[in-house]
Design a protein around this ligand. Structure first.
Ligand code: S3P
Length: 173
């Protein structure tokens, strides 16, 4: 297996924050799939959803993942919350490195994303219901797609990063 650390999980689970800390600590390159897609398309995620729709965005994610699979080693990869939904993406992620699921509750997501306007799937009214529905649909998908589940709702990001490193460095090669 390649030596990458992959973070998956719901919006607001801390993938980007924890990922940056992990990369620094491990001396790995940090890669964020949302950021790379925005750069490639020269558009924000919100504009990509509004202009081309969710399915087109999912295809961009799959295409990017294929590219990362060719090139990345010794990297921390923070993924968009919906990236593991496609089965082929989930399978590819697991060959790309150790996949950590940052698990959080609905309450944590709502608290962290209060006032956020960058997530098209949570835009508009009934945010609590949207989070609840998506989270309950996705929790088992994230579990199946990952090698490790990490409780990312309680401790500080530094503690979450420590938990991931402890597990990663104790794994047999
Ligand atoms: C999405 C999560 C977002 C982004 C897009 C769709 C999702 O990334 O990819 O808005 O389907 O959960 P974050 O998980 O980094 O917020």
């Amino acid at each position: 297996m390649k030596e990458n650390i992959i973070l998956i999980g719901f919006m607001g689970s801390g993938k980007t924050t924890v990922g940056n800390l992990l990369a620094k600590e491990m001396g790995y390159t940090f890669v964020d799939t949302d950021e790379l897609i925005e750069k490639k398309a020269n558009m924000t995620i919100g504009d990509i959803f509004a202009t081309y729709g969710e399915e087109a965005f999912r295809s961009m994610e799959s295409e990017l993942l294929e590219e990362l699979n060719e090139t990345l080693d010794h990297a921390v990869i923070s993924t968009g919350g919906g990236l593991p939904l496609r089965k082929e993406n989930a399978a590819l992620l697991r060959t790309l490195g150790v996949v950590n699921y940052l698990q959080v509750t609905k309450e944590v997501v709502l608290e962290r994303l209060k006032g956020d306007e960058t997530r098209p799937l949570l835009a508009g009214d009934n945010v609590e219901q949207k989070v609840e529905e998506l989270l309950s649909k996705r929790d088992s998908i994230y579990q199946d797609a990952s090698h490790v589940t990490i409780d990312a709702g309680k401790g500080a990001p530094e503690q979450v990063a420590k938990d991931i490193i402890l597990n990663y460095t104790s794994m047999p090669n």
